[in-house]
Design a binder for this molecule. Sequence first.
Ligand SMILES: [Fe+2]
Ligand SMILES: [Fe+2]
Length: 361
Amino acid sequence: MCFWQSAKEKVVAMAGKTEALNLADRLEIGKVQARSLPTDLNLRELGYVPFRLDYLFSEFHVPCALYVPVLVQGEESPTFVKVLERGQMFSEDWRWRLSEEQITVLYAEEADLVAIGSYFRESLEAALEDAWVSVEDQARMLRAHGAFLAESIFGDPYHPDVHESAAWWTGAASRFMAQKTPGASVLYRLFSRRYQVYTHCVQVALLVMAVCRAMGWRSRDIRDAGTAALYHDIGKAWVDSRILNKPGSLTREELEHIHRHPLQAHEHLKRMGWMNANQLEGVLSHHESMDGTGYPHGLKGKHIHPYARVIHVVDCFDAITTDRPYRLRTSPYKALRIMLNEMRLSFDHHILYKYIQFLGS
Ligand SMILES: [Fe+2]
Ligand SMILES: [Fe+2]
């Protein structure tokens, strides 16, 4: 059944309670508003988590029922209209149909997080072992799983299941880096250039693991640095989003507020007991500069943990090459020029040169 047909039935059922409204109008309004829900509407509070269209892999079974929220005129809460059934085979045809309706984000019930975790693990394991699946497609699936996890981490920083999945993901990603050695062009092509904190975190994590592998690090360190990178900005979950998304320059107080995020991340992760001492250092010190001008502690040179030094390089590169509310992105070439000239005292030179070498791969 066409899902808008299903939407229509839902709205018809609701209309039974308030018959005064014109049904056709309500459906049309519902369709339009489904794509423009108020930004302050927190669907997580209603028990739903975002599940983006690019998290669905063709020729794999849909892990759980997926919905589109439809806000009917006069109602405060949206109705969730089921679009895809649990267990149905997803296809490119479905992707095309949903894209045609400009539906790029679906919603899953929070109770289905475990089923979603199994879906990502099983599909990724199958793809990584299948010689017929290209490295590009494997990287795309890895990136999709990481993005789902990063978004879930920011949605609920306390969720233990999400952390367990994140640990599995970094293990799979470090195996992928070691066995398939994807070049930067394979990874970079998948990346979003529109800054969102969760896409930024997964992009930094993937590049950190790739460059650590290129530097010949042990797989344990690649994995641990990757987990630290995935969580490096989790402290921003406690930063006022109006400051994070402010289009103009920040006041001194606002900057101080933002500069607290490494400490907040460290405090949270330490309390949760999810990370070892190296990972915690990687998160805490990712804004420290080699010349001692960074924050939160103004550490210098070798006093900064190696994980943090790698994250710092990749973090700056990803931040400069994505669109931010206060400026447009810079090309990778120009970003590297800025990092090599104006910002050169901030980075560990060995890591920066290795990173540049990796980007050329
Ligand atoms: Fe940060
Ligand atoms: Fe960052």
